[in-house]
Design a protein around this ligand. Structure first.
Ligand SMILES: Cc1cc2nc3c(=O)[nH]c(=O)nc-3n(C[C@H](O)[C@H](O)[C@H](O)COP(=O)(O)O)c2cc1C
Length: 211
C-alpha cells in the first residue's frame, strides 16, 4: 500500500475575513446548508472529542440534531464512556469534515445536559426500533455476545409492545456551548484558509491563522 504519493489539490472555494459572516453561528449555518445540498452521506456527522476519564483524549462520531445560538445538540446514553467523560470534564470539541466541499469546522466549548423536555420530545419522535435500541444497549459496557444484545432488544420490544416507550432515565441530549470556532477551506499549494472566531466577553473576534 503506497500512501505517501496520495495527493489531492483543493481549489473549490476561498474564505476571507471579509466574506465570512461576523456571527459564527450564521457562518456555520451557511456551511451546513451547503453540506446538506452536497453529496456528503452524513453531513450532520461530527466527531465529538472528550477528555477521557483516563486523562487521554477520545473521539467518536455523533449526529448533530439541533443548533442555534445557545449551542449544538446531540443525543446519547448518559452512562456511556463519553457521558462519564463529560461528567468529569465538560470541555469538548466538535469536528465536521466535508471532503466534497474541501471544508472542516472545529468547535470547542462546554457540554451540558439538555433539559428533560428537549430529550423527551426528541426521543418520542424516534422510530420505535431506535427507541428500543436505546433501552437495550448499555452503551460502552462489555457484553458477552451479539446474541445477548439481540435478546435484550427482543425483550424490550415485548415490554413496550402495548405502550409507547418512555424516555430512558439514562438517555438524553447534550448541548455544547461554543467558545471557539475555526472554519477551514482547502486552497491550492496547501495555502489553506483558516478563520478563527473567539468569544471575548460577549463579542466574537475574527482572526486569520496560518495554514
Ligand atoms: C455515523 C455515525 C453516527 C453516530 N451517531 C451517534 C449518536 O448520535 N449518538 C451516539 O451516542 N452514538 C452515535 N454513534 C456511535 C458513536 O460513534 C460511539 O460508537 C458510541 O456513542 C459509543 O461511544 P463512547 O463509548 O465513547 O461513549 C454514531 C456513529 C456513527 C459512525
Amino acid at each position: 500500500m503506497k500512501l505517501d504519493t496520495i495527493r489531492n489539490e483543493y481549489n473549490l472555494s476561498a474564505l476571507t475575513k471579509k466574506n465570512v459572516d461576523t456571527n459564527p453561528f450564521r457562518q456555520f449555518e451557511n456551511w451546513l446548508k451547503a453540506a446538506l445540498y452536497s453529496k456528503e452521506k452524513e453531513p450532520t456527522a461530527m466527531s465529538l472529542s472528550t477528555i477521557g476519564t483516563d486523562g487521554f483524549p477520545d473521539s467518536r462520531i455523533v449526529l448533530l440534531k439541533f443548533f442555534n445560538e445557545n449551542g449544538f445538540v446531540f443525543f446519547t446514553n448518559y452512562s456511556s464512556e463519553k457521558g462519564k467523560s463529560i461528567e468529569k470534564n465538560p470541555a469538548v470539541s466538535l469536528h465536521f469534515f466535508w471532503p466534497s466541499l474541501e471544508r472542516q469546522i472545529r468547535i470547542s466549548g462546554k457540554a451540558e445536559k439538555t433539559n428533560h423536555g428537549i430529550s423527551e420530545k426528541y426521543f418520542i419522535e424516534r422510530p420505535f426500533d431506535s427507541q428500543i435500541a436505546a433501552w437495550a444497549s448499555e452503551q460502552s459496557k462489555e457484553i458477552p455476545s451479539r446474541e445477548f444484545l439481540e435478546k435484550r432488544f427482543e425483550e424490550y420490544k415485548k415490554t413496550f409492545e402495548n405502550n409507547t416507550p418512555k424516555l430512558p432515565p439514562f438517555w438524553g441530549g447534550y448541548n455544547v456551548v461554543p467558545q471557539k470556532f475555526e472554519f477551514w477551506q482547502g486552497r491550492v499549494n496547501r495555502l489553506h484558509d483558516r478563520i478563527l472566531y473567539e468569544k471575548n466577553e460577549k463579542i466574537w473576534t475574527i482572526k486569520r491563522l496560518a495554514p
